[in-house]
Design a protein around this ligand. Structure first.
Ligand code: F6R
Length: 256
């Protein structure tokens, strides 16, 4: 794991944006996994400003609420088109977002996994983290080998996400999410976390035991996982000085 701590969310985002820009430069037909929520908003703005060529890029989103119409302002479909896709030259047929209104949810999930395989697998997966350590919507105790499937959101996650809805009652109770096994197959995982409310989940994920209670802790087993953190999200890391030292002393050729 590479733990990159920057003073601000903007600085941490700019490292992450450079990682993605470099990938698109090296592999214009890259397959990118994307996340929603408040964390990647700065990243999507930065990528839009970079005016990258998305014409050959394929994307797969991590998750979607079940039961919200696509056009609902809080559906992840609306989120992605409003905050990223419509500001790029991506081909709409290359965009994949789980269908939260699929009639046959298990069938849809199996087909989503197959589409990822058919696209050659995910080159880089963008991740955020829940205050309970979830990645995608893989809540605590999700199987670390899980695949794309239906999940029930925890009361904590519904409460955390209620800020986007008029009331807690409007937050859906179920979602479709890529599994932890699916996320672990991405060739590169890029986690972003900002703010003191993420500090505990990050400390457990990076320095705690690997456990399904903190799903993000499985990234300790990933061969190429980067964590781009602001100082607040890094606030409970015991070895923060060490991570800073490593980043400041990278050989020239490893610079991001
Ligand atoms: C959403 C997703 C979730 C969020 C997490 C953090 O696609 O994958 O794991 O990344 O809930 O959400 P924010 O960024 O709103 O704090």
């Amino acid at each position: 794991m590479e733990i990159i701590i920057q003073p601000t969310a903007e600085a941490a985002t700019s490292v992450a944006a450079r990682v993605i820009a470099r990938l698109l430069n090296e592999k214009p037909n890259a397959v990118i996994g994307l996340a929603t929520g408040s964390t990647p908003l700065l990243l999507y703005r930065a990528l839009i400003d970079m005016k990258l060529d998305w014409s050959r890029v394929t994307t797969f989103n991590l998750d979607e609420y079940i039961g919200l119409p696509k056009e609902h302002p809080q559906s992840y479909y609306s989120f992605m088109w409003d905050n990223l896709f419509r500001h790029t030259n991506i081909a709409p047929e290359n965009v994949h977002i789980p269908d939260g209104n699929a009639k046959d949810i298990p069938g849809f999930c199996a087909a989503y996994e197959q589409r990822i395989r058919d696209a050659g697998g995910i080159d880089l997966q963008v991740l955020g983290i829940g205050t309970d350590g979830h990645i995608g919507f893989n809540e605590p105790t999700s199987s670390l080998a899980s695949r794309t499937r239906i999940k029930t959101l925890t009361p904590q996650t519904r409460q955390d996400n209620a800020r986007f809805f008029a009331s807690l009652d409007e937050v859906p109770t179920h979602c479709i999410t890529m599994g932890i096994g699916t996320i672990m197959e991405a060739r590169h995982n890029l986690m972003l976390a900002f703010g003191a409310n993420k500090a505990h989940a990050i400390a457990e994920a990076v320095e705690g035991p690997i456990t399904a209670i903190n799903p993000a802790s499985i990234l300790q087993m990933h061969p190429d996982a980067k964590f781009c953190l602001d100082a607040d999200a890094a606030g409970e890391l015991k070895r923060a000085d060490y991570y800073r030292w490593v980043y400041d002393n990278k050989p020239e050729w490893q610079h991001l």
